[in-house]
Design a protein around this ligand. Structure first.
Ligand code: FAD
Length: 445
């Protein structure tokens, strides 16, 4: 059998290769390091962690924990490496990064079905292939992807505003109204500020600690139209009031008066449970984001499911470009994997490596593509990659807001989350039982 090409040996590429070779499918991986380096990688190892050594929460009462469980059920190489080389980090799964990536590299290299060539991929291969070249895909390959998807559908930067749970917004302070619309009601939820509240918020915002931009992220032209909120603020006390916090046309229906400034939040998922802070793309440190944005009236107890980020990140507009199985629309044997599919995070990227591999496996065996249950963590991530509600797609991580709502209404948050996760667990088990061929051990019939 002709080997499947895997372009990129990061987390997703390594996971994808593993999932294929353990199913008897030969893989030819092309990894450009160390011949060509990415701006963030430091070693020539497969599965290198570019930044933090934490793979996030491993708690069974979290979305990230459920995602890890599902990957373990798939015999994930990345999870094996993490479990074998974990270091103490409370409820998070942190690893000894050097041993972690060595474990992944060794496991792949010793598999007779695996071949590694250290070379940059500059063309999209014409045979069954998984592109897993990551958020820092080399410019030559990125330009080929841009040609494939079109200029408007491949993003080079993530400039994302924080996302919060709507139910954590204090609606006795905030109100629904669309700009210039009559009366109450509308798509936007507005958080009004008086002059004193604005002043307090403004001072906290400009003094808050920022994440330094890497050299490769510093090009201002990429930030056109999506300037970090703290940078807009630092241009003058009133720039926000004439920009994203403009109160015109947003009179508070309870007082009939125009607030001094208004922060608007807008629906971010199809279910309407998550909202993003409009115009609040930010480069503040995550802890600082929570501290400062909770000064906004109505958001004092906001639950953040995703923090704002601004960094180099090549990813596709998945809902408009991919077919739900990680293939560019209209293509049957080309799959994307990892962060570039529109997920964010080490484990999420890994999961999209596994999904792509199982997609290739189905394709090569003439089987229909798997329908991952939307209630499972992997299925919920895939569902988000199909959700075209938001005109400007932003990458997503595993959080409680990505799951479909329960049929029943449960007020208690913890209880509701438990129910959502146990439903996910059950649906994943059923999915596994119904697709035994994909979950069998190597050598099993
Ligand atoms: C600077 C930065 C910091 C991040 N920090 C974190 C963090 O702390 N925690 C977290 O959960 N997530 C983080 N992420 C997000 C994401 O989880 C990681 O980027 C993750 O490594 C993505 O996995 P991947 O497999 O998609 O890409 P990668 O792990 O980056 O793997 C891609 C691989 O493809 C190779 N490659 C690129 N182009 C080519 C080519 N043309 N030909 C051949 N090989 C190629 C690269 O060398 C690399 O080995 C960060 C992202 C960035 C950019």
């Amino acid at each position: 059998m002709q080997p499947v090409v895997v372009a990129g040996g990061g987390l997703a590429g390594s996971e994808a290769a593993w999932q294929l070779v353990r199913r008897g499918i030969p893989v030819h991986m092309f990894e450009m390091r160390p011949v060509v380096s990415s701006p963030a990688h430091r070693t020539d190892k497969l599965g290198e962690l570019v930044c933090s050594n934490s793979l996030g929460s491993d708690r069974d009462d979290s979305a990230a924990g459920l995602l890890k469980e599902e990957l373990r059920a798939l015999d994930s190489l990345v999870m094996k490496a993490a479990d074998a080389h974990s270091v103490p980090a409370g409820k998070a799964l942190a690893v000894d990064r050097e041993r972690f990536s060595r474990f992944i590299t060794d496991a792949l290299l010793k598999n007779p079905l695996f071949t590694l060539t250290r070379r940059e991929v500059t063309e999209i291969p014409a045979r069954p292939c998984i592109i897993a070249s990551g958020p820092l895909t080399s410019p030559a390959l990125a330009s080929k992807l841009q040609t494939l998807f079109g200029q408007d559908y491949l993003y080079f930067y993530d400039a994302v505003a924080p996302v919060i749970e709507l139910e954590s917004v204090d609606m006795s302070v905030a109100y629904r109204r669309d700009r210039y619309a009559d009366g109450e009601g509308g798509d936007y939820v507005n958080c009004p500020m008086d002059e004193q509240q604005y002043q307090t918020f403004y001072e906290a915002l400009i003094a808050a600690e920022r994440i330094p931009l890497h050299d490769f992220e510093g090009k201002a032209e990429y930030f056109e139209g999506c300037m970090p909120v703290e940078v807009i603020a630092s241009r003058g006390r009133d720039t926000l009031r004439f920009g994203p916090l403009r109160p015109v046309g947003l009179n508070d229906p309870r007082t009939g008066k125009r607030p001094y400034a208004v922060v608007q939040i807008r629906q971010d998922n199809a279910e309407g449970t998550l909202y993003n802070l409009v115009g609040f793309q930010t480069n503040l440190r995550w802890g600082e984001q929570q501290r400062v944005f909770r000064l906004i009236p109505g958001l004092e107890h906001a639950e953040f499911v995703r923090m704002g980020v601004m960094h180099r990140n090549i990813y596709v507009d998945a809902p408009r470009c991919l077919d739900g199985c990680l293939r560019p629309r209209g293509m049957d044997s080309l799959f994307l994997a990892g962060q570039m599919t529109g997920v964010e995070g080490y484990v999420e990227s890994t999961a999209m490596g596994a999904v792509a591999a199982l997609g290739v496996f189905s394709f090569l065996n003439g089987l229909p593509q798997l329908q991952w249950p939307a209630e499972s963590a992997i299925g919920a991530l895939l569902f988000r990659l199909k959700d075209a509600t938001n005109p400007r797609f932003a990458p997503t991580n595993a959080n409680m807001g990505i799951f479909p709502p329960l049929d029943e209404k449960i007020k208690n948050r913890r209880e509701r989350h438990e129910k959502i996760l146990s439903r996910g667990r059950l649906r994943f088990l059923q999915f596994k039982a119904n697709n035994a061929l994909f979950f069998s051990e190597p050598g099993e019939k």
